[in-house]
Design a protein around this ligand. Structure first.
Ligand SMILES: Cc1ncc(COP(=O)(O)O)c(C=O)c1O
Length: 337
């Protein structure tokens, strides 16, 4: 029985997503490397957010909302997929784009995610700050109040950690799905490698893995803040998710692994190792990553493989959370390629 069974939910994703072997990478490093293809969830080009949106939108519909409101960076995949989900279930949608990344290139502001958001016809608001989660959420609440005055009913999908993280339920379920696939293959991996941003994915995944009886370490790769702050964020979110589900699974602080070795120079800004990892996977396997999330996450795994951290009989699983749309916002990645 899934821990998420009793929550309202709307089907938005292609599930189960494939669990595939990275044959060429595994052969090069003489180990077993797997990829969970959550970049293939569907919903306007896929990614992890569709699993999370299933629960938010389940609740929005249950509450009788007619409009979705959410916030994110200019190249937010969450924003793009929220707009797609709204269109699929027939809701109005307004999004708030934050000035979170210092990039002047026109492609960053016009191509990739914002292009698709405009294509799907969402109303766009702009928020001048990029590191003010509470303020960004407050601005959404203010907009919801304006809409209420017009007789509309908005559902806010918030950003800050102060809210009940219904989105994390998507990854409790996603991890249960992966655990069942691994069980069928009779594999107990040495490590899972997952991104850790708002921490909904990392938190839900860790809980879902443990709920499935799997003891494998979950290695969270920081893409937004340093390891100390991120660990705190995951711990808080974990308590909130356990609370909202009402289960009594114990997960120690020592099981919350946060690695910020790929974070520099900051959110949405790829470093050299990340660019190299993106090119490596594209050229070895024909699989596309992104500069903000999946590229940094895979770069951590690649560094571990290069250090010989996994033996011949080990299995390691990389969670590909998508984001590839934003490659088009970083044309310099292939300059001189
Ligand atoms: C492609 C992609 N991967 C990973 C993440 C991080 O997921 P979370 O915010 O649940 O930590 C995001 C978040 O926006 C994302 O868009």
């Amino acid at each position: 029985m899934s821990l998420t069974e009793n929550f309202p939910r709307v089907e938005l994703s292609h599930r189960p997503t494939p669990l595939e072997r990275l044959q060429n990478v595994g052969a090069e490093f003489d180990t077993h490397v797997w990829i969970k293809r959550d970049d293939c969830t569907g919903l306007a080009l896929g990614g992890n957010k569709s699993r999370q949106l299933e629960f938010y939108i389940g609740q929005a519909l249950e509450q009788g909302a007619d409009t979705l409101l959410t916030t994110g960076a200019v190249q937010s995949n969450h924003v793009r997929m929220t707009v797609a989900a709204a269109r699929k279930v027939g809701l109005e949608v307004e999004v708030q784009l934050e000035h979170r990344v210092e990039r002047d290139q026109p492609e960053y502001h016009q191509s990739g995610n914002p292009y698709l958001v405009k294509l799907m016809g969402a109303k766009i608001h702009y928020y001048p700050e990029g590191e003010d989660e509470e303020g960004a959420d407050l601005a959404l609440e203010r907009r919801a109040a304006e809409l209420a005055a017009e007789g509309r009913k908005a559902y806010v999908i918030p950003l800050s950690n102060a809210h009940t993280p219904y989105g994390a339920l998507g990854y409790v379920d996603g991890a249960e799905e992966l655990a069942a696939q691994l069980q069928e293959l009779d594999i107990e991996p040495a490590r899972f490698i997952v991104p850790s941003g708002s921490a909904s994915t990392h938190t839900g995944f860790l809980l879902g893995v443990r709920a499935s009886g799997c003891k494998t370490p979950v290695h969270g790769v920081c893409v937004r803040r340093d390891a100390v702050s991120q660990k705190q964020r995951v711990a808080t979110k974990l308590r909130a998710v356990i609370d909202v589900i009402g289960c009594n699974i114990e997960i120690g602080d020592d099981e919350i692994l946060c690695d910020d070795s790929m974070l520099a120079p900051g959110y949405g800004l790829p470093n050299e190792a990340t660019v190299a990892a993106i090119k490596y996977l594209a050229r070895r396997e024909g699989i596309l990553l992104d500069p903000t999330y999946s590229g940094k996450t895979f770069a951590v795994l690649l560094a571990m493989l290069q250090q010989g951290r996994f033996g011949k009989n080990d299995h390691v699983v990389f969670l590909h959370t998508g984001g590839t749309v934003s490659l088009f916002a970083y044309p310099e990645l292939v300059d001189g390629a």
